[in-house]
Design a binder for this molecule. Structure first.
Ligand code: GLN
Length: 238
């Protein structure tokens, strides 16, 4: 079996170890004999999102998000349609913000999103920084590190990734963190996210295989001792 992952804008959108998510996905595929190809997607190059089985985008600074937000507009309809049809996506922080309606930065710059999910983000003066614990009904306990000024709000009926146990989450007010929409996950958790939350990595791999091969595929369990240790260490820190 084989998967193709699009790593969106790695030179502009990858903070606080976000590349670790790509390494985790690739390794967990490799350990199971699944061939995993990573294609780096850059500004201005023609891209065919129909070739991808999974999209990943990390966090970025407001300035980088402006450039990327603009480039993504060219693929808005295509990405929207693919997500509706079950394309799995993982978005961290700034990447998460760009898949919503808009991000208004704290300097008042309006960065239009690609409106794949009904969320919007407004920058504030106080940065929300620290270790986070989230309780998710799909994934159980999740851990990570957040650093953002943007406050994200979910539209009516939009499902969060989980509830904040420790930290700020989407906006520091409603105790919600991230989003799950079809096979798309958005979250503020860096750190990186997947190495210490391997159940999410496997969920994405399973969804990507089902998306590609149009059948349910069981994943061979892996020895997650180290992953569980790092999860616990992050939890203690929070
Ligand atoms: N620039 C965005 C914010 O500050 C996203 C930051 C990030 O991706 N860590 O909210």
């Amino acid at each position: 079996m084989k998967l193709k992952i699009f790593y969106l804008y790695p030179n502009l959108m990858s903070l606080y170890g976000d590349v670790g998510n790509i390494i985790t996905l690739r390794k967990r595929c490799e350990w199971r004999g699944i061939d995993c190809e990573i294609e780096e997607i850059k500004v201005g190059k023609n891209k065919n999102f129909r070739e991808a089985d999974l999209l990943f985008m990390g966090g970025g600074q407001d300035r980088g998000q402006r450039i990327v937000g603009q480039d993504l507009q060219n693929y808005k309809e295509e990405i929207k349609e693919l997500v509706e049809n079950g394309l799995p996506v993982l978005l961290i922080c700034g990447g998460y913000q760009l898949f919503g309606k808009y991000f208004k930065t704290k300097d008042g710059v309006l960065i239009p999103g690609i409106e794949v999910i009904d969320i919007w983000t407004i920058g504030g003066d106080r940065r929300m920084i620290g270790n986070v614990i989230v309780q998710s009904s799909i994934f159980g306990k999740l851990v990570g590190f957040e650093n953002h000024s943007g406050r994200t709000f979910l539209g009516e009926g939009i499902q969060p990734l989980g509830r904040v146990v420790k930290g700020y989450g989407n906006n520091g007010k409603d105790k919600l963190e991230g989003v799950v929409y079809k096979n798309l996950i958005g979250t503020y958790l860096h750190g990186p996210f997947l190495p210490k939350n391997p159940q999410v990595a496997d969920w994405l791999i399973r969804k990507a295989l089902t998306y590609r091969y149009r059948e349910e595929i069981d994943l061979k369990p892996l020895n997650d001792e180290l992953e569980i240790e790092s999860h616990k260490a992050a939890e203690r820190r929070a």
